[in-house]
Ligand binder design. Sequence first.
Ligand SMILES: Cc1ncc(C[n+]2csc(CCOP(=O)(O)OP(=O)(O)O)c2C)c(N)n1
Length: 324
Amino acid sequence: MNIKLEDLKNIYFRTYKIRQTEEEIAKRYKEQEMRCPTHLSIGQELVPSIYAEFVNNEDYAVSTHRAHAHYLAKGGDINSMIAEIYGKKTGCCEGLGGSMHLIDKKVGFMGSTAIVGGTIPLGVGLALSIQIKNEKRISTVFLGDGATEEGVFYESLNFAALKGLPVLFICENNLYSVYSNLEVRQPKNRKIYELAKAIGVSSSYANGYEIEESYIKLKEAISFVKNERKPFFIELDTYRFREHCGPNFDNDIGYRPISEYEEFLNKDPLVKLRNHLLKTNLKDEILLKEEQINKEINEAFLFAKNSPWPEYNELNSYLFKEAL
Ligand SMILES: Cc1ncc(C[n+]2csc(CCOP(=O)(O)OP(=O)(O)O)c2C)c(N)n1
């Protein structure tokens, strides 16, 4: 592969950490201690893992209901994330938000919401603030293919193009919006990234299961926003292995063909990356690091379980920000 080994290792460890964290959530979900809905990214981890190679803590990012991968890739604190999912006071929203409301300002992860498309204008607004303050950082909006059907998507891209804002839109196209395939939601042969181009936002496409292609295209996209200080839209194909919301597999309900699911499962980039790295002379290092990551994840669950609940009377505490 035409990617430096050091970078490849970083990408793999990030992908592994996200996958294992979510596998652990799935495993423990039936204990009924996590009482909020959770949308897992299992199968979709490669794109945020590569993205993280080219941004730093100064750069902003916002995300969707499927936010765990983006939060962790951006360097978000895992203890705060798991505690948030457990509804604990030590969570990143003090336990009042749950899985879909993740935030870690220390690493520039500025939030996620359950409203499809809801964070698109927030990411554009962050880019406007960067422009006004003449800062070097960029803003990133993670969105799904379903969010491109919301009116706010068009308004936000239009505004970003008009003002020339340093914002990167990363559209993870996993083909589905809940149980509806793209084919029943958008006209045949429409390419989402071409739609962005028509609005005036430069754009590109990559197969999000091809490691090298995604690396090159994401690098180009981020360099463009960093250097040109203009918006860019990148669409990457991906796939989720589990149900839309929850820890289970839902292929039995018939909304997607098993053959399609198996096709993506067979080309799982995490497995591909791991096999590739195990063939190098770094096998011991890889296995040791995986063990460390597993330990970090287990400790995050212990931290969450042992953390206190928020007080009942704190329920309304964060509805309004106090006037300055
Ligand atoms: C404004 C709005 N409409 C509908 C919903 C219900 N809903 C939640 S997730 C989702 C699917 C979104 O699909 P996509 O943006 O492709 O993201 P994915 O779930 O595939 O990651 C829908 C329709 C919602 N939360 N908000």
